[in-house]
Design a protein around this ligand. Sequence first.
Ligand SMILES: Cc1cc2nc3c(=O)[nH]c(=O)nc-3n(C[C@H](O)[C@H](O)[C@H](O)COP(=O)(O)OP(=O)(O)OC[C@H]3O[C@@H](n4cnc5c(N)ncnc54)[C@H](O)[C@@H]3O)c2cc1C
Length: 285
Amino acid sequence: MLATMASGDGGYPQGGSLAFAKRMADTFTAMGGEIRYQTKVHGIVRENGKAVGVRIRDKILNAPALIVTAETLAAEKLLDFPITDPWFLKLKERAKPTNCCFIGIGLQTLIKEIPGFVLDEPIAIGPHVYRSLGFHCYTQNPTYAPEGCTAVTTTLMGDSYDYWKTAKAQGRYQAEKQRLADEVLGALCRHAPQIEGHIEVVDIATPLTYESYTGATRGAWMSTLDVGQSIPSCPCTLKNVQSLYFAGHRTLLPGGLPSALVSGRRAAQMVCRQFGIPFQSKQNK
Ligand SMILES: Cc1cc2nc3c(=O)[nH]c(=O)nc-3n(C[C@H](O)[C@H](O)[C@H](O)COP(=O)(O)OP(=O)(O)OC[C@H]3O[C@@H](n4cnc5c(N)ncnc54)[C@H](O)[C@@H]3O)c2cc1C
C-alpha cells in the first residue's frame, strides 16, 4: 500500500466512496448503459441450458447475457440448483470472510491526527477482544467533512457476524451498538480530551449492516485464506449454463476494489467474445 501511494498510483477517492461509485455510474450511463436502482433480482431465468434473463418479483427481464456481480457465494441463491463446478466448490471451501465493525465519527473541530493507543480496559465484541485502537483522521481531504470539522474512522477487524446476529434475534442489537459506541468514544475522549464536547455524529456498521446493503455472505467485503491454501482460480462461468458470467471481489481473492474492477473487465471481455465483438476499453475508443 505504501509503495502504491508513494508512486502516485493509489490514494483516497475525492468525495469518498459515494462519489467514487457515482463516477463509475456516470461513465456507464454516458456510454448508453441503463441502471435500475432499488431493484432486487430474485432469480436467474434459464432456458435450454442458457441464462436468458432475471426475475424481479414476478416479472422477467430478458437479457442475451448476464454478469452476476452480487457476491459470488451468495449468488448461488439466485439459481434453482446447487452449483457443483469445481472452482465454485473450492471457493466455498477456501474463502474465509474478511469483515469488521466500522465506526465513523464526525467531529465539530479540526483534529489532524490521533495516534493509536493501548486501551486501559479492553473492548470486547463477543469472542473478539481489542486491546488497542487506531484512528484515521481525514483532515487532509476537504470533501470528507464540512469546513472546520473532521471525519474520523476506526475499524475493529474480525468475524463478529454470529455475535450481532444473536444480538438482533434477542432484541439487543441497537443496545449493543450503543454500548460499543460508548466504549470507543469514552476511550477516545480519555486519550484525546480536546475532542470531548465536539462529537457531532457516530455511525457503526456491523457485519449485519454490510449483509443488508450488499447481500454478501456474513457481510464480508474481502476474503482471507488459511495459511498454505492456494488461491482458487475462478473461470467465472458454469459448465451447464451458457451466457452467464460472475464478477466481483469473491472471484479474485483476496478481493478489494482493484480485484472487483479487474473481474468486471474480464466478464465484459467474455461477453464480447460470446457475441464476436472486439473488446475495447473506454480509453482505446
Ligand atoms: C471498511 C472497508 C474498508 C475497505 N477498504 C478497502 C481498501 O482500502 N482497498 C480496497 O481495495 N478495498 C477495500 N474494501 C473492500 C472493497 O470495498 C470491496 O471489496 C469492493 O467494494 C467489492 O466490490 P464488489 O462490486 O465485488 O461488491 P459490492 O460492492 O458488494 O457490490 C455488489 C452489489 O450487488 C448488489 N446486489 C447483491 N445482491 C443483489 C440482488 N439479488 N439484486 C440486485 N442487486 C444485488 C449489492 O446491493 C451491491 O450493490 C473495503 C471495504 C470496507 C467495508
